[in-house]
Design a protein around this ligand. Sequence first.
Ligand SMILES: C[S@@+](CC[C@H](N)C(=O)[O-])C[C@H]1O[C@@H](n2cnc3c(N)ncnc32)[C@H](O)[C@@H]1O
Length: 276
Amino acid sequence: MSIMTTDRPQLPPGLPTPDWCDEDYGVALYRGDCLEVMGRMPDNSVDCVLTDPPYGLNYGYEGYDDTRENLRKLINGLFSYRNMFVRMIILCGPTQIHEYPESDWVGAITWDTTGSLCRFGFSQWTPILIYGDDVKRGFKSINGVLKSDTFHIRGGSSVGFRRSKEESLHPCPKSKHIMDYISRRYTNQRESIIDPFMGSGTTGVAAVNLGRAFIGIELEPKYFDIAVRRIRQAIIDRQGGELFAKHEPPAEANLFDKTNPNNLRNRNGKNHHRTS
Ligand SMILES: C[S@@+](CC[C@H](N)C(=O)[O-])C[C@H]1O[C@@H](n2cnc3c(N)ncnc32)[C@H](O)[C@@H]1O
């Protein structure tokens, strides 16, 4: 579904000058340390943090040293800005849950397949740490997805989905489908999302597709450049959808709408004019 110009999200006011932005589509991207960038942002400025921080598992990132000690510093820093956000949704690994402050709820992404190897077999779930109030009270669905706290991935390769060439340039990108689902589930249209550990920008692609404003921060220039490319492409794709929507025939041209007086034509093709 395309999103009309009037439905486009707005960036929160008072943000520092970004390294890349598209104000029309509400996107601001920063290349640098998220703790430093967030230190220059106003309080209460963003609706939702949606991120998967480094895991502290000595992962082979380009520049960042993925030690447990460094993860603890990032978590402390991130939570010192807790007042800046209404909600925080953090995807982490099972062995890092206890490194984070106590959350209001824990959801899960589950896999049929072999997420990764752990000492008790194969890890088939990713915890979702949830802080703050939900977007909507009650049950049923929200933004087109079930109002649930779990998301199940069926079948596929080792992580349950295939990656595009562009996604594979980052060592541990999240799937677009996961970020799409999580964004729908935990944010409303035109709200703002921040991903302080943006990596290759998957959260940003989902945000653009769904009409949420997006602030992304990434330390490593190589990953930042991938994110810019992917998010710019998502904006181009969405613009295409908007142009197409503009050329849809106007409602009165719908010949099947018998309630529209313009459609009440006689056999000669002339309009019947209603007198009352
Ligand atoms: C698990 S990855 C995120 C992957 C991302 N979700 C994706 O789909 O591509 C974590 C990212 O955090 C980045 N990072 C580490 N420390 C950072 C910091 N202080 N500020 C910003 N980014 C940081 C790493 O370079 C890495 O790309």
